[in-house]
Ligand binder design. Sequence first.
Ligand code: ATP
Length: 220
Amino acid sequence: MTLEISNLDVSIGNIPILRDVSLSVPSGKMFGLIGHNGAGKTTLMRAIMGLLDADQGTITFDGQDLRKTADFARAKAGISYMPEDRRLIPSLTVEENILLPAWTNGIKDAEERLKWVYDLLPEIAQFRDRRALQLSGGQQKLVSLGRALMPGRNLLLLDEPFEGVAPVLSRRLSEVISDLGSSGLCVLISESDDTHSADLVAGSYRIERGTVSKAGLETA
Ligand code: ATP
């Protein structure tokens, strides 16, 4: 199962944001997507998730054309996204937030997935009945990761997971992401530099002003 992006162009309104982006993330590998603020990392992840339309190019996962895949089918294919800004629903409990993608996308083994998420992140199991608005920013990051893991059994896109996170929690996030890497998931992690992702990934792509540099690919 490989994520393959070829010659992708994406505009927001009339403004071209991504130009001729090509990259590949093979099954069971974690790759970094490194670029400064405004380079286009979020735009690329949103395009993979179908939240933005592409002008041209191809995005496939395991041979499936993601440009023609509906949201629920994407979730059923095990593809998921952890947005940079968490986007939890403040009035819902932690558990309701985590279960939401399973409910909206009709994921059948939600109970087993939830148990797996709690095993991986026992700290969020502790406050499963608390409303999201009662959590610290760092705790919300972990819940956001837990929610992404509900559908995300094959491909996980992590948009700046370490941004704004205190050092202790960064170490914990690194541990969890590293555990995920050994479970066969295909993971793309964006970061403004490779401070946290360098030890986790098999290689990195560099994105600058909407262009991914193949020369920037370093394979560990
Ligand atoms: P950041 O960490 O700052 O979010 P990023 O690498 O994720 O950086 P993007 O958010 O993808 O970058 O933004 C890429 C470019 O697209 C930037 O120049 C940004 O200003 C522009 N952009 C993003 N969203 C919009 C929008 N809704 N309307 C217009 N331009 C946008």
